[in-house]
Design a protein. Sequence first.
Length: 331
Amino acid sequence: MSVFIIAEAGVNHNGSIRLAKKLIDVAVESGADAVKFQTFKAENLVSKTAKKADYQKKTTDALESQFDMIKKLELDVNTHKELLVYCQEKGIMFLSTPFDHDSINLLSDLGLQTFKIPSGEITNLPYLRHIGSLGKKVVLSTGMSTLQEIENALTVLIGAGTVKENITALHANTMYPTPMADVNLNAMLTIQKELDIAVGYSDHTIGIEVDIAAVAMGASIIEKHFTLNQTMNGPDHKTSLEPKELKAMVLAIRNIEIALGSNKKKPSPSESVNINVVRKSIVANQDIKKGDLLTDKNITVKRPGNGINPMKWDEVIGSTALKNYNADDLI
């Protein structure tokens, strides 16, 4: 099954539907399977006094509250509808992460079949129960969480009506950017093994190598932030991929998928032609007369490989030459 690649536009549209459509175009051009936004009402998400994360203070006006920053990044119902239609026209899946109950309902009413749960909501029981009750596909980010917290969230989702086979847990780290020392990609395999669940990876590192490694390790979903330009104003632009980088990531993932191949070890079609050229055969080391005894003095091993396999050396030693051989003739 092909890795499902989510190009995370998030709030990098800066509240502009024109920029949002440009981001969709970039996602389509990259070859991603889905483009994802964020759905929220600032009033339902944060209190007026909530402070920004440290990375947000560095990338936006430090004196501006988290509420004011987020309020500018809201997308209304009509914008959601327009972007959904635009995605359908462009042949890419529209996804969005809901951050509150109204947003869950909005996306459900729009007919979304897959719901993305952000890391911050993994301990939000009413929220999990609401999404679980929809019976849709669920992508659960697990940043900041313990294995027990992931298991608890799965219990709620499944108990509310979502079948386990429809849930994929994304290993994640919520620091923007994530230091390489904190990625802990092996934990993705722990989630898969201990909880018997499909896994993927939501990446906030700089670059694309960790995403490629995750695919090689068995991730079925990759999610990565992207932007039109890293120098734009806004909380997430600086740590997002630019269009060329997103395209390079998708291409690399598709190549890795092909390269993983089957689990059988056998000569590939492309290298089979090299067998006779590169392998060796048993050959005469000197002129040999019919009836001579073949010994380690008068035979040796050389290319090409279309004669007697050298693994039969012990069978040939001590046998009698059935004809005359010149030096280098295949025995």
